[in-house]
Design a binder for this molecule. Structure first.
Ligand SMILES: [Zn+2]
Ligand SMILES: [Zn+2]
Length: 498
C-alpha cells in the first residue's frame, strides 16, 4: 500500500512511498535520492553504495520492539572519521508512527520526534550538561558530535544529501530514557527525538527483508593480512579484530588492516572463546585489550577482558597489578554530579576522586565492538569508595561512566573452568570486599593468596605493589563499558528527519 508513487526522474523506475512520513527515497535501481513535494518527484543526485557494516537488521525487516510492531523503511549511513555506522528509519504500529533505530553495544536505541521543545544551541552543549525536555524530564548529555552522511537506502523522513554534515547530541535520562538533539546542518534549526534504550533481546525480527549488501554468513572472520581464519564469537556485532596469528588489527566489514602489532605469544589468562557464568549469565570472552597510563614518568599497564552475552550485552573484566575487577556500565543520568570534580554520588554512596590520567590502548586481541585503534587515548577519572571504583572516560565530546568492584580470581577460575592456582591467581583483591556473588569455598584459598601477596610486598620484592598506591588508579577504570565512547564507534541515535 503506497501513500504516494511515481517514476524515478533519473532512471524511470517506479518509486513508491509506503508511509506518509517518508519524504525521500533512494531509487533501488539507480541510487538517485528522489524527494517528493507539491511539484512532484525531484532528483537530488546519486548516493554512494551502502558500505558493509556489522548489522543485525536490514531495510524491509519487520518484527517487534518491546512488543510494538515495527518495519525498517530506510537506513542512513554516517561517519565521523573512523568508518560508517547505521541509523535506521522505522515505522511503528503499522505506519501510525515513525522513529530512528540504532544498535550499539548490545542495545537498541529508539527515538521519535517530539515537537515544541526548546533546547540550548549546539555550541553551548557539553558532556554531562542537564537538558530539561518538558514533561519528559531531564536528560544528561553523553555525546556532542557531528557526522557526515555518506550513503542511504530505502525511504527516508527527509532529504539526506551525501556529504552533508549533521550536528547532534545524545543524552540519557532516568529509566533507560534516551534522547537525540538534532541540530541538522548546524544553521540553527533543530529537532528533538526522545525514546529509550532496549536490551538486544527486546527486538525480534519476524520477517526478513532483502539484504542490500551481500553478507557473507560465515562462522569465521578472515584476517586480511595473513588469511588466518578467526572464529566469529559475537556474530555480526564486532567492528574490529586483533588477529591471534599475525597480530594485525583489521576492520571486519571493510576487510582492511588498520594497525600492525606483534603476534601475541602467551595465551591470555582468560582465553578468548572461553565461556563462563557470572551472576547467572553465561558470557563468552571475545577479546583482550591491553591499556596503560603514565604515572610520574612511569608506564603502568593492565589488561581488560571483553565478555559478551546476548542477554545483557558487553561486560569487562579488568586485571591490574593487584586485583580483578568486574565492570558494569553506569547510566550517567543516575549520577549526582553536584560535587564534581571532587566527589560523585551514586546509589546512595559517595565516591571520592582518586586520579585522572590518559589511558592508551596498546594491544588488541580478538573482536571488539568499536572502531578500535591501537594508540587511541581517553582521559580517565577514577572515584573510589572503599575498593569500589566509579570511572569516567572522556574523549572527543563524549563521556562514559562505569562501576568496578573486585571479583576474586577463584570465582573467575571456577566460572571459566580455569585452574584456581593458575596465573590469574596472583591478581587477587587485596581486600576481600564486596563481590557480585560469592564463589563459595574459595574464601580460604583467597585468604592464603592475600597473605602471600602481602608477604611478597613486605619483602619489597613486588615493585608493582609499591607503585600501586598511585597507579592502582588506572586499573579499576576502564569505562570501555558504557554507552559510548571512542569505544562505541558510531553510536547512539541520530535524529535525522525534519
Ligand atoms: Zn532511479
Ligand atoms: Zn592475521
Amino acid at each position: 500500500m503506497a501513500v504516494a508513487q511515481g517514476t524515478c526522474p533519473s532512471c524511470g523506475a517506479p518509486i513508491e512511498f509506503g508511509v506518509g512520513s517518508s519524504i525521500a527515497k533512494v531509487c533501488e535501481f539507480c541510487r538517485a535520492t528522489v524527494v517528493r513535494s507539491d511539484r512532484g518527484l525531484q532528483n537530488l543526485g546519486k548516493v554512494a553504495e551502502i558500505a558493509n557494516t556489522p548489522s543485525l537488521i536490514a531495510v524491509g525487516d519487520s518484527g517487534s520492539l518491546a512488543g510494538r510492531p515495527f518495519e525498517v523503511l530506510g537506513r542512513v549511513q554516517l561517519d565521523h572519521g573512523l568508518g560508517p555506522w547505521d541509523e535506521y528509519y522505522v515505522s511503528f504500529d503499522h505506519g501510525q508512527a515513525w522513529g530512528w533505530l540504532a544498535y550499539a553495544q548490545g542495545h537498541w536505541y529508539v527515538t521519535s520526534a517530539v515537537p515544541g521543545l526548546a533546547i540550548p544551541p549546539y555550541g553551548a552543549l557539553r558532556p554531562e550538561m542537564d537538558i530539561p525536555l518538558g514533561q519528559y524530564g531531564y536528560f544528561r548529555v553523553a555525546e556532542v558530535r557531528s557526522g557526515s552522511i555518506r550513503s542511504a537506502e530505502g525511504e527516508l523522513p527527509g532529504a539526506f544529501p551525501p556529504g552533508f554534515t549533521r550536528y547532534y547530541a545524545d543524552c540519557y535520562g532516568q529509566n533507560n530514557g534516551f534522547a537525540t538533539l538534532d541540530y541538522g546542518d548546524g544553521s540553527g534549526a533543530y529537532s528533538v527525538f526522545i525514546g529509550y534504550v532496549f536490551g538486544e533481546p527486546q527486538l525480534q525480527v519476524t520477517q526478513l527483508g532483502q539484504r542490500s549488501v551481500q553478507k557473507v554468513k560465515a562462522a569465521q572472520i578472515k584476517c586480511p593480512q595473513c588469511g588466518g581464519e578467526i572464529p566469529k564469537l559475537s556474530g555480526d556485532r564486532a567492528e574490529r579484530v586483533g588477529c591471534p596469528y599475525c597480530g594485525a588489527v583489521s576492520d571486519i566489514a571493510l576487510q582492511q588492516v588498520v594497525a600492525q602489532q606483534e603476534a601475541m605469544l602467551k595465551t591470555p589468562m582468560i582465553p578468548i572463546g572461553s565461556r563462563g557464568t557470572i551472576e547467572g549469565v553465561e558470557y563468552i570472552c571475545i577479546a583482550v585489550v591491553k591499556r596503560s597510563s603514565d604515572f610520574d614518568g612511569e608506564r603502568f599497564g593492565w589488561e581488560e577482558f571483553l565478555l559478551w552475552s546476548q542477554g545483557v550485552g558487553y561486560r569487562w573484566l579488568v586485571k591490574d597489578e593487584s586485583s580483578w575487577m568486574w565492570v558494569v556500565p553506569v547510566n550517567l543520568a543516575e549520577l549526582d554530579l553536584t560535587s564534581m570534580p571532587a566527589q560523585v554520588t551514586w546509589g546512595g554512596r559517595t565516591f571520592t576522586s582518586r586520579n585522572s590520567n590518559e589511558a592508551r590502548v596498546d594491544y588488541v586481541l580478538g573482536e571488539v565492538y568499536w572502531k578500535c585503534q591501537v594508540g587511541e587515548e581517553v582521559e580517565i577519572q577514577d572515584f573510589v569508595h572503599g575498593s569500589d571504583v566509579l570511572s569516567r572516560e572522556g574523549v572527543d565530546g563524549e563521556v562514559n561512566w562505569s562501576y568496578s568492584s573486585p571479583i576474586p580470581w577463584p570465582m573467575l577460575a571456577q566460572a571459566f573452568g580455569l585452574p584456581v592456582d593458575g596465573p590469574g591467581a596472583q591478581f587477587s583483591p587485596s581486600a576481600g570486599s564486596a563481590t557480585p556473588s560469592s564463589g563459595g569455598g574459595a574464601t580460604v584459598l583467597l585468604l592464603v593468596i592475600v597473605v602471600i601477596v602481602l608477604l611478597v610486598c613486605m619483602l619489597g620484592a613486588c615493585g608493582a605493589c609499591l607503585g600501586d598506591g598511585s597507579s592502582g588508579s588506572s586499573s579499576g577504570g576502564s569505562g570501555t563499558t558504557t554507552g559510548g565512547g571512542y569505544y562505541r564507534s558510531g553510536s547512539g541515535s541520530y535524529g535525522g528527519g525534519k
